[in-house]
Design a protein around this ligand. Structure first.
Ligand code: C2O
Length: 337
């Protein structure tokens, strides 16, 4: 497929989510569901500030709450757009040729350019709010998988045990790389499958990956977020340093190289969000974005171009209603609580 840049000078408008299955993976969303028209997101300043904690340090009641949330999520009916598989379908629509605008050649794509980080932050926001609603607990926060922490006295850089070792857990996914099971350490340069590197070698290499991709290699918004993307552009010509590696490499490391579709679930765009570990992985992505802004250097800020700030995306909220978010709201973390 030839990739080209149209550079319309227009931000991406909020897509109408299709209810047919034209995407490569057949990602259908049930709709209309509540029958209400999509409304603009306003944020809710009455919500408590939610603190995301490292997954390897959750206490028993936090683990039980998380388990119960995913149990309730998995029990939602197939037709509910908030179900785990429909949330995965929504992610899939946005990246698997599922959304076409009238008169545009290329489908909307939210990977491999500057929309990647903000789109996923908001996807996670609604995932968290949906779990909070099911749990009837507005203080619920997703945990983050702290794979950037290479300390040998903590279990931060392994596939989180609560997501992987208990066979009856609702946090498990059956399609995973057998070499990504604890106690094997994550490989932030993974190309999928197994590695014969030792734990000490992996700790050193992972630390180098973090340093080159987040610190020295990404001193500007363009390097960190990736290339610009405007209405009508094709995707795929410029991920930021962070998106490829470690973000993408962790996806590949978790996915099963021997699955019928190689690297299902986590290593395949269309299916990755079916694995609950997707959300704790992206919670760490969100956290590192925030930390990146505090590193030394004058340009560690979000892009300021209107094609970035005024892009708009459609999601489903905790009440199964469609809601349209303006990108400038997504970088307003106080608004997101
Ligand atoms: Cu849309 Cu981690 O990917």
């Amino acid at each position: 497929q030839m990739l080209m840049r149209i550079t319309s000078g227009t931000p991406v408008p909020a897509p109408i989510l299709p209810d047919n299955c034209t995407s490569e993976e057949g990602c259908c969303m049930p709709q209309p569901y509540t029958g209400k028209p999509a409304r603009d997101f306003e944020g809710d300043l009455a919500l408590p500030i939610r603190i995301r904690r490292p997954v390897h340090k959750l206490n028993e009641s936090e683990i039980a709450r998380l388990e119960r949330g995913y149990k309730l999520l998995r029990e939602l009916p197939d037709l509910d757009p908030r179900s785990l598989s429909n949330q995965a379908n929504l992610h899939c629509l946005y990246c698997d040729n599922g959304i076409y605008y009238n008169n545009m050649t290329w489908p909307l794509e939210i990977h491999n350019h500057w929309l990647f980080l903000p789109w996923h932050r908001m996807f996670l926001y609604f995932h968290e709010r949906i779990l909070a609603k099911l749990l009837d607990d507005d203080t619920f926060a997703l945990p983050y998988w702290n794979w950037d922490n290479q300390s040998s006295s903590e279990e931060a850089n392994i596939l989180p045990r609560i997501y992987s070792t208990n066979e009856t857990s609702y946090l498990r996914d059956l399609n995973r790389n057998k070499c990504a099971q604890p106690p094997n350490l994550v490989h932030l340069n993974s190309i999928g499958g197994c590695t014969d590197k030792t734990a000490d070698e992996l700790r050193i290499e992972n630390t180098q990956v973090m340093y080159t991709q987040i610190v020295t290699g990404a001193p500007t918004p363009r390097l960190f977020f990736g290339e610009p993307y405007s209405y009508g552009d094709s995707g795929g010509y410029g991920p930021g340093t962070f998106e490829d590696n470690p973000h993408g490499t962790v996806h590949l490391w978790v996915g099963d190289p021997d699955a019928a579709t190689a690297f299902n679930d986590m290593g395949n765009f269309g299916r990755s969000a079916r694995d609950p570990v997707f959300y704790t992985h992206h919670s760490n992505i969100d956290r590192i974005w925030t930390i990146w802004k505090t590193l030394p250097g004058k340009q560690r800020t979000e892009p300021t171009h209107a094609d970035f700030l005024d892009s708009r995306f459609t999601y489903y909220d905790e009440n199964a209603d469609q809601v349209i978010v303006n990108l400038s709201q997504i970088i307003n973390t106080p608004l997101l609580r």
